[in-house]
Design a protein around this ligand. Structure first.
Ligand code: TYM
Length: 336
């Protein structure tokens, strides 16, 4: 965090499974790219993942693996801060105060709450309901200016802004109102099997997603099986041609080409050629990340040292905000 005047970024990802190409294009890839212009804090959101029942040993393993993967993507832990959410207790401290300033009605309207409640009807827990409040705490505790996320998180970002604005009105200027950074293209990568649905790591159909750790053969196989349409023309039309448009978005991300350029490139060619080209540029982008990932993950001591230092640096900033907020709401603080 070299330059104090630079704007600040905070974002997070849950350790609930291996990240998909959707996580990569919608968020994590941008996290790496934004490092040159912002002071960044990136977080493995392990507390959020408890809203769905987890296998404890697996959650621990995945938390370390995801941290290594973020390093492999290019997050620079010297210039920026990489940490695990539960290692900075201030997030949960702020979350309680914010929950007391958030309305039941606001939380009831969250589409992710409705979706996840429907998906896990046997475990509609309080954490699932207050999930956006913890997420607001994650962001507001660092006074983040910018939050790079995919489209599915924009509603959570809106409520974070609402909570911040309301708190500032009642208690005086305290929190920065965060802006979302949602990429113009790729903010919602769709399922390869059902292109009307978001690509998700929790999907039960393994052919619906490409994982960041998938090898080239797997990526080719999954792309070849991707659902398209019968019109045989590579043309961008989200409504009429969701499958092809999704593949074009992926291709455009890795080649830098516009949708018109891609349509021209594949004019007169079949979907077979097009799908293979998508698979190749995807594998070319992921292969170096995978090699780095293997190397970094083998050095558990290094990964843990990064996380320890990250937690200390994050806690230093977060604790200051919690003290300020506790004072503002009237909690008695004793001299140190
Ligand atoms: P999570 O773990 O579900 O996803 C991590 C990031 O990946 C994006 N994403 C996608 N983008 C494009 N296409 C897709 N198919 C796709 N699937 C996922 C998500 O939008 C997200 O940016 N609640 C957050 C984690 C979190 C957080 C935060 C984020 C906790 N605290 C504070 C920002 C700020 C989540 O569950 O992300």
């Amino acid at each position: 965090m070299a330059d104090e005047k630079r704007k600040r970024i905070l974002s997070g990802i849950q350790p609930t499974g291996t990240p998909t190409l959707g996580n990569y294009i919608g968020a994590v890839r941008n996290w790496a790219l934004l490092q040159s212009d912002y002071d960044c804090l990136y977080m493995v959101a392990d507390l959020h993942s408890l809203t769905v029942r987890q296998n404890p040993a697996e959650l621990r393993r995945r938390t370390r693996e995801l941290s290594a993967l973020l390093l492999a993507v290019g997050i620079d832990p010297k210039e920026h801060v990489l940490f695990v959410q539960s290692h900075v207790p201030a997030h949960t401290q702020l979350s309680w105060v914010l929950a007391c300033n958030t309305q039941f009605g606001e939380l009831s309207r969250m589409t992710q709450f409705k979706d996840k409640s429907a998906k896990h009807p046997d475990n509609v827990n309080g954490g699932l309901f207050t999930y956006p409040v913890l997420m607001a705490a994650d962001i507001l505790i660092y006074n983040a200016d910018l939050v790079p996320v995919g489209q599915d998180q924009t509603q959570h970002l809106e409520i974070a802004r609402d909570i911040a604005g309301r708190f500032n009105n009642i208690y005086g200027d305290t929190f920065t109102l965060p802006e979302g950074y949602v990429p113009a293209s790729g903010a919602k990568i769709m399922s390869l099997a059902e292109p009307a649905k978001k690509m998700s790591k929790s999907d039960t159909n393994v052919n619906s997603f490409i994982l960041m750790t998938d090898d080239k053969d797997t990526i080719i196989r999954k792309c070849k099986r991707a659902v398209t349409d019968s019109d045989g023309c590579v043309r961008f039309d989200r409504e009429q041609k969701p499958g092809v448009s999704n593949l074009m978005t992926i291709y455009g991300t890795f080649t830098g080409k516009s949708m018109d350029e891609i349509a021209a490139e594949f004019e007169g060619k079949g979907y077979g050629d097009f799908k293979l080209a998508v698979a190749e540029v995807t594998a070319d982008a992921l292969t170096p990340v995978q090699a780095e990932y293997g190397r970094i993950l083998a050095d558990k001591t290094y990964v843990d040292a990064v996380l320890k230092s990250g937690a200390e640096r994050a806690a230093h900033l977060a604790d200051r905000t919690v003290s300020k907020v506790y004072r503002k709401v009237g909690l008695l603080q004793l001299d140190k």
